[in-house]
Ligand binder design. Sequence first.
Ligand code: AMP
Length: 425
Amino acid sequence: MSFESLNLIEPILRALKEEGYTNPTPIQAQAIPIVLKGTDLLGCAQTGTGKTAAFTLPIIQRLMASQAPSVRRQIRGLIVTPTRELAIQIGESFQAYARHTPLKCTVIFGGVGQSPQVAALRSGVDVVIATPGRLLDLMNQKHLSLQQVEYFVLDEADRMLDMGFIHDVKKLLAVLPRKRQSLFFSATMPPEIVKLASTILQNPSEVSVTPVSSTVDIINQSVYFVDKGNKNALLLDLLQDSKIKTALVFTRTKHGADKVVKVLLAKQIRAEAIHGNKSQNARQNALKNFKAQTTRVLVATDIAARGIDVDELEYVINFELSNIAETYVHRIGRTGRAGAKGTAISFCDIEEKEYLRDIEKLIGKKVPVVENRLYPMKVLQVEKKAKQPQGRGQQARSSESPAAPARSFDKAKGGKKWYGKTNKY
Ligand code: AMP
């Protein structure tokens, strides 16, 4: 299928050609005709599937169809997304796809001064791409009105809920015109998401691409069993490999990210952290340096990394596994984009073994284990010995193995608590 056969207008087709897109991705092929018809859409798709263009392109086309150039611009399109990084990326995509049209967009997010955003709004825009908090803030200050919104997109709805934005979203819905076209995207569809979607959408068409588990099939995955105290050494050892030109390393916490950066810098490995404690400028710079490969290793927490879009990112390293199995899929989905080859290496300590089991259940296969000769996990060595016939090992196991207590710690302490505290990220 070609973009031409989707009946997109010439200025959009030209922009797509310039972007180097030859064929629509499955979500684009499915969603674009629906949105062009004016129907509401419920899309189950994650970042990396091309969903941004799936909603942006038909909205550009519909805005163009009813454009009245002499009238002062009003906000007719609103795209709400959970993180600043995603907002910026969607803004960049919008600008690229709409570059041969007169449409103007601006991006609004918190954590930076509001004056430039207010100035952009004042100069007139057709589309706003925003995170919910700052959007409401500016609306309450009367810097913008959402009364004329005709197209509303709620992006990454599941993340939005995870990050505690549900009340902000409800406040937004209360001010949006009833007569509008709404598009709702989420990577997962648990019941609360389905419920939220039903309050936003009217007679929606549903599209779904690549269930979370199958997107990871093209990525070369492996896991090292390693004691927590040896993870730094193992990481340094892996990075000796000059084949790894750049790597995105995931930690669970901001503090953990900073610690890894420190260790790498001490060994002259160019590294930067990206997480919620960093200023917006620092984050953008870190991402820019990483894209330019002046920074070799970017260490990120999950929320900060949402939407990081680095073409040709070959290596993702899970320094710590997440207790949420879907997060693994989101993380490793940063690599292997658009069919490119990708490698995801995970470090799994004794407390994380249960997380690995959940991950394997979700992706429907075992992650191959790398024989960790340099830093073997102590418990595994003890277990190996225990399997030897003498029975001495058995003794060693009962006195030395922390396996059982560690696992119960895992659920009780490590479990939801890590994730529930969003300010840790
Ligand atoms: P998204 O899921 O919207 O974050 O897009 C993921 C990546 O795929 C981005 O780098 C897009 O620029 C790229 N992309 C989107 N649509 C296409 C397409 N039809 N052909 C090639 N690349 C695409």
